[in-house]
Design a protein around this ligand. Structure first.
Ligand SMILES: Cc1cc2nc3c(=O)[nH]c(=O)nc-3n(C[C@H](O)[C@H](O)[C@H](O)COP(=O)(O)O)c2cc1C
Length: 140
């Protein structure tokens, strides 16, 4: 049984390159070993993360992520059972949502994942990925 989840959280402290690199390094190594794939979007003080894989593995990882003190207000936005992964080859890709970005600011000026429907946020993540906003991909 495979699932895909989406959650939102708020960064504790600035989202610096150092913090991001540390998170990604852990994520890519662990996820590859545990058959988990996904995308981490970060910027504007927010994280949005899609995790996909075996249900038990995804839930175990989610529990660890919730306990991580580098972010807070972790809220699950969506959980779906899947037969196919969206991001099978990415142990964890990074999408940058920096404030200067016209696409985030102008197209979705009042974007708030905590009040938006989960399906909409998931669709936005897919849109950003499709628009080529991946800025860092795990080594294959
Ligand atoms: C926003 C965010 C996303 C994360 N994503 C992952 C991930 O996909 N995979 C992973 O193994 N750790 C991820 N982590 C790190 C985990 O929260 C945790 O630090 C790591 O799994 C080590 O767990 P431990 O402290 O229980 O050993 C993430 C952390 C944050 C703040």
């Amino acid at each position: 049984m495979q699932v895909r989840i989406l959650y939102a959280s708020r960064a504790v402290g600035p989202q610096t390159t150092t913090v991001t690199s540390a998170i990604l390094a852990t994520a890519q190594a662990f996820n590859r070993q545990h058959g988990i794939s996904g995308v981490l979007c970060q910027g504007q003080g927010l994280y949005l993360q899609v995790l996909e894989g075996e249900r038990s593995a995804v839930h175990a990882l989610y529990a660890r992520i919730v306990a991580d003190r580098r972010h807070k207000d972790v809220e699950m936005l969506q959980l779906e059972e899947i037969t196919e992964r969206c991001y099978p080859e990415w142990s964890m890709a990074l999408v940058d949502l920096s404030e200067e970005d016209a696409m985030v600011q102008m197209k979705h000026p009042e974007f708030d994942p905590y009040s938006a429907p989960g399906v909409l946020v998931m669709a936005l993540v897919e849109e950003w990925v499709a628009a080529g906003r991946r800025i860092e991909l795990p080594a294959t």
